[in-house]
Write a protein that binds this ligand. Structure first.
Ligand code: SF4
Length: 104
């Protein structure tokens, strides 16, 4: 392998490596909970808390959202975070479900 072939080879390895890293990162990023997932439907998970069906969920009070729920594991300011009810998924900080517990 001469010098320039070797450089091309190294570049190809580097490019392949970062593509692989990107693919791995994507595969590991948890998906947002879909409102149509069976658990989400059962709990009335609503991606936009301001659109909660208050007839169906009279316990909902304005201002309640995943971002200030006890079960939310995201950091303040994060757009989404984990929730014990939906393992391996992310819930939107502005979502709500009927398992809501006000953060102490
Ligand atoms: S339990 Fe709390 S954090 Fe989890 S989806 Fe329901 S409201 Fe959001």
């Amino acid at each position: 392998m001469n010098g320039s072939n070797r450089r091309v080879f190294m570049l190809q390895v580097a490019a392949g490596g970062s593509a692989l890293l990107a693919a791995t990162a994507q595969a590991q990023a948890p998906a947002l909970v879909n409102e149509k997932d069976p658990t989400a439907v059962a709990l009335g998970y609503t991606a936009d808390a301001t659109k909660v069906d208050t007839k169906k969920y009279p316990k909902y009070a304005a201002g309640q959202k995943c971002g200030n729920c006890q079960l939310y594991t995201g950091k303040a300011g994060d757009p989404a975070g984990g929730c014990g009810i939906f393992p391996g998924k992310l819930v939107s900080a502005n979502a709500w479900c009927s398992a809501y517990v006000k953060k102490a």
